[in-house]
Write a new protein. Structure first.
Length: 215
């Protein structure tokens, strides 16, 4: 059965791999599964056909036969469970990799997203007042993560779905100057971006943006 995911028709990030379909594309590339992409406008994302797949009107979604999923973390987990390459065979190591998936999305990502929301949606004065507090929360999490990673290449042995999600989360800080304060985390993200599967996913997502009409 063909896997079909949804993605932005014209991504707000300019095709730079920040949109959450990137996580799903990367996971599918890591496990060697072909997939199709259905592109959606912002208007189409709020229409009944898409809301039947994603009740919150977002992307990505995942369809395979009669299975339809939403939420990028859940989709990556499904892919990792169905195909070898993203979760270890050892039960304990596998459980720890899943723990890192949750940590990326539930512990590390929220303050980073708060920073983005404050930057784009809040009044400039209010943003300037809030920013130091948001950045303090981010630095606390990055300090803890940096200490745990140490000099290792990946979070727990071999590369896993936990690393895939963590790298995509940390990438959201690119351009802020914060990630560079933690050299081992910067190098960790660079290792993730250097993986052939990541590069293939990035090129595929960028191609959608560059091919989209500008009008």
């Amino acid at each position: 059965m063909t896997i079909t995911i949804t993605a932005f028709e014209r991504s707000p990030d300019g095709g730079q791999g920040m949109a959450r379909d990137m996580r799903v594309r990367w996971a599918l590339e890591e496990v060697g599964q072909p997939y199709g992409v259905r592109l959606l406008s912002f208007k189409a994302m709020k229409e009944p056909a898409h809301l039947a797949l994603h009740p919150f009107g977002q992307i990505p979604t995942y369809q395979e036969g009669d299975l339809a999923l939403f939420e990028s973390g859940a989709i990556v987990f499904h892919i990792a469970e169905r195909h070898a390459g993203l979760l270890p065979d050892d039960a304990n190591v596998r459980a720890r990799a899943i723990t890192w998936m949750f940590a990326a999305l539930n512990t590390v990502e929220p303050p980073i997203v708060d920073r983005e929301v404050a930057e784009y949606l809040e009044d400039e004065t209010w943003y300037e007042q809030r920013l130091p507090f948001i950045d303090e929360r981010i630095r606390k999490r990055l300090g803890e993560l940096s200490g745990r990673l140490g000099n290792a290449d990946w979070l727990d042995g071999a590369f896993s779905a936990g690393d895939l999600l963590m790298v995509t989360v940390l990438r959201r800080l690119e351009g802020s100057g914060i990630l560079e304060e933690y050299p081992n985390l910067s190098a960790y993200v660079a290792r993730g971006k250097a993986r052939p599967a990541y590069k293939r996913a990035f090129v595929a997502q960028l191609a959608v943006f560059t091919a989209a009409p500008t009008g």
